[in-house]
Design a protein around this ligand. Structure first.
Ligand code: GDG
Length: 492
């Protein structure tokens, strides 16, 4: 195995590629889209490694490793796969992660299935990830663990004696204690987080909820230090803070203004004619508020007959977790509701809701962002929501309006320019659609400028800089290991 110099070891549930069998029968690694992948593309291409699951139940083989090796060359990360068996996928990923933590942390406890066999699988798979980290990490590497699937990896690393700096970033919301306490294994998860020197959340809301759970369940000490919070508990010492994730706003702006997006934009505009475009873009998930949004749009159509033939809702849904029965049911529910709204309001040459159940190529997605008169980003709850930020970055003509759920983490930064709504209040969402469509051009431009300033200022490099500066500062005050490697690795 080739030696790596000091750098960053990223650990996330999924690798930035999915291993799959191509039509030819050969294995290949297909790049996967998503917020984390695009965020970490901004890390300088040094000696960084990425540990994660391959995204399939394909077993380890020389061919699988060769396919991942080829992907390592093109991505700039050395891909270190974790292979999961069908049972591990079912109990750890579909079970503990998606039937317990995901719904609970989005305040949807009635959707949880607290099966104890899921917990056993979660502990075992987290131990498996830790084994891979122990194999890959050099002394002095920063090990940066991502998200709710891997809250116990640090426990296993520390038990095995690892002394590297460990950082954790939590991408989804953190719930309040009355919800978190429903989890039979909550204490172990909190203790697991405390093994990291730096623990990051998306927003103050999540940080405060985490601190309330920590005080209530672990009774540890908390000391505020500017925007950081120091935690001391049972001999462990960490800092926690909110580091809202951003996008590479310049890159989005450039692609949105480029030839491929421009060509598609012209086609979209020609097809729509005088119809205003209302846009929804989401992964298929019940937290994204898709049903509630469609209900709100139906109310809008009912109450504004003058808008008929003059407005079209394009809803893009990227397939996600399609093996899980609850997600299949949601897809059926969306299809039935779209059909019912269209059945009620469609007129010759006008279909009010156009529904695409597939991921769009990047440039085409950006053309839709650019073309949209209104973006409806109305999750019931969301850690951040990058779609809201991407829409703003791509609004080169500043003619669009962002209607944003106040329960999305992004609302904290975007509230000054967006129309904020409660997604459960369908009438208020319908009213905001009407307000957005009626807004005069100067007001739209003023609001969009405010939004664009925010997404450019709080961009992904700033997110990486804040986290790396915190790790650096914190390791300087306490760790005896050699320092300076992280700053060098991220070009800080
Ligand atoms: C988790 C948290 C947090 C969507 N449709 C297409 C497409 N996308 C890309 C978007 C965006 C990403 O997927 C979705 O990001 P979100 O932030 O909206 O949502 P989650 O997947 O739930 O992510 C979330 C995030 O982590 C980051 O910390 O914001 O709160 O839940 O980047 O552009 N990409 C392409 N075609 C599509 O049709 N190419």
């Amino acid at each position: 195995m080739q030696e790596r110099k000091q750098g960053i070891v990223i650990v996330s549930n999924r690798l930035p590629v999915t291993l799959e069998v191509a039509e030819s029968g050969a294995l290949h690694a297909r790049p996967s889209a998503g917020g984390l992948v695009s965020a970490l593309q901004s890390l300088p291409k040094r000696d960084n490694a990425w540990i994660g699951w391959t995204g399939s139940s394909i077993e380890p083989s020389a061919e699988a490793r060769a396919a991942l090796g080829a992907a390592s060359l093109s991505s700039g990360f050395r891909m270190c796969p974790v292979f999961l068996s069908k049972e591990e996928i079912s109990k750890f990923y579909l079970g503990f992660a998606n039937e317990i933590v995901w719904p609970l942390f989005h305040d949807l406890q009635s959707r949880c299935n607290f099966d104890p066999s899921y917990w056993r699988a979660y502990q075992e798979v987290n131990a498996g990830f830790a084994t891979q980290v122990l194999k890959m990490a050099n002394t002095g590497d920063l090990v940066w663990i991502h998200d709710y699937q891997l809250m116990l990896v640090a426990t296993h690393l520390r038990n095995a004696g690892m002394r590297n700096r460990l950082a954790y970033f939590h991408h989804i919301p953190f719930p309040s204690p009355d919800i978190f306490e429903k989890l039979p294994w909550g204490k172990q998860l909190l203790q697991g987080l405390l093994h990291h020197e730096v623990i990051g959340f998306q927003t103050d809301r999540d940080l405060q909820n985490f601190l309330s759970c920590y005080r209530k369940l672990l009774r540890g000490e908390v000391t505020a230090k500017g925007r950081l919070v120091e935690l001391r508990c049972g001999g462990l010492h960490s800092v926690a803070s909110a580091f809202p994730i951003g996008i590479d706003a310049d890159a989005f702006e450039t692609v949105a203004g480029g030839g491929a997006a421009g060509k598609r934009l012209a086609e979209i505009r020609e097809t729509l004619g005088d119809c205003a475009l209302i846009l929804g873009v989401d992964r298929l998930d019940y937290t994204k508020g898709i049903i509630e949004r469609l209900r709100a749009f139906e109310i809008f159509l009912e109450q504004h007959p003058g808008s008929h033939r003059k407005v079209t809702l394009v809803q893009v849904i990227v397939p996600s977790r399609s093996d899980v029965p609850k997600y299949q049911e949601l897809k059926g529910e969306v299809e039935r509701l779209v059909a019912s709204i269209n059945g009620r309001f469609t007129d010759l040459g006008w279909t009010p809701v156009q529904f695409m159940y597939r991921g769009l190529p990047h440039a085409e997605l950006l053309a839709y962002y650019r073309a949209a008169d209104v973006a409806l980003v109305t999750p019931l709850k969301d850690g951040m929501n990058l779609v809201a930020k991407e829409f703003c970055a791509c609004q080169l003509d500043r003619k669009g309006v962002l209607v944003l759920s106040k329960f999305a983490g992004a609302a904290q930064q975007l509230k000054a320019g967006a129309l904020l709504v409660n997604p459960n209040d369908w009438q208020s969402v319908a009213d905001s659609i009407a307000q957005a469509l009626a807004m005069d051009a100067r007001e739209k431009e003023r609001r969009m400028k405010v939004l664009q300033r925010s997404v450019h200022k709080n961009n992904v490099s700033q997110w990486l800089d804040h986290i790396s500066a915190t790790v650096e500062m914190y390791s300087r005050t306490r760790a005896p290991e050699p320092r300076g490697e992280l700053a060098a690795a991220v070009g800080f």
